[in-house]
Design a protein around this ligand. Structure first.
Ligand code: ADP
Ligand code: MG
Length: 225
């Protein structure tokens, strides 16, 4: 379902060229839960943004469900992303001036809004224990509630792939475990694919496979070979 072929990413900066990804090859199967682990600065976010169609590799190719992402026009890619991919971030990235329900509805994005969206958003928030928080603003929520709202938003468009960038990084252990449980549930109940990035531990039990990264490369890639 996910294929990364010889992906590199270099950034030109005032201090020369930074190689954030240095020839990465990987395949992730549909319905797999993969954790990408490595120290800060090793290229995890770069890789995840690339998988999400938000960052073009300098060289190499990325495909999701046999669609080569960067051969699409920006508009087609945005559409593909909205239909197939959900994102969860460490900093939640909720819109501060919208309430919980409207944040989840925002996931509709450019797609024509359907009449049943509101019902789906409410149902999702109910599943995440947020039924009586729907009219609250993010600033009125705990960190765990913010992340649950963000996961509901990520699931709103029924993606097949969830990309999570250190989603537990700002949470206490209990909320961190709950976040991982929700990602796992998406895999088990929807047959979804999960790629979760982390610089520390966590999610070992949930993961089918751990991919380790160091200095822009994959190490100890114990997939099928
Ligand atoms: N927009 C950018 N411009 C220049 N360097 C960047 C940019 N984004 C990331 N980098 C560099 O690329 C490397 C990998 O970054 P990143 O993917 O964010 O790592 P991680 O998520 O593992 O901490 C780091 O050295 C980082 O400083
Ligand atoms: Mg990062």
């Amino acid at each position: 379902m996910l294929k990364i072929a010889d992906a590199t990413k270099t950034y030109a900066t005032g201090n020369g060229i930074i190689t954030a990804l240095d020839g990465v090859n990987a395949e992730i199967q549909k319905g797999e839960f993969v954790t990408v682990r490595g120290p800060s600065g090793c290229g995890k976010t770069t890789l995840l943004l690339m998988l999400g169609g938000m960052l073009r590799p300098t060289t190499g190719a990325i495909s999701v469900e046999n669609q080569s992402l960067y051969q699409l026009s920006p508009r087609e890619r945005a559409r593909f992303r909205a239909e197939h991919i959900g994102f969860v971030f460490q900093m939640f990235h909720l819109v501060t001036y919208l309430n919980v329900l409207d944040n989840v509805l925002l996931a509709g994005g450019t797609r024509a809004r359907r009449a049943d969206d509101r019902g789906r958003a409410q149902e999702l928030l109910g599943q995440f224990g947020m039924r009586d928080r729907m009219t609250h603003k993010p600033s009125e929520l705990s960190a765990g509630e913010r992340q649950r709202t963000a996961i509901a938003r990520a699931l709103m468009n029924r993606p097949s792939l969830l990309l999570a960038d250190e989603p537990t990084g700002n949470l206490d252990p209990e909320n961190a475990a709950e976040t991982v449980r929700h990602l796992k549930k998406f895999q088990q109940e929807q047959g979804g694919t999960v790629v979760m990035v982390t610089h520390g531990d966590g999610a070992e039990d949930a993961a089918d496979r751990i991919i380790r990264m160091q200095s822009g490369r994959l190490v100890d890639h114990s997939g099928s070979n």
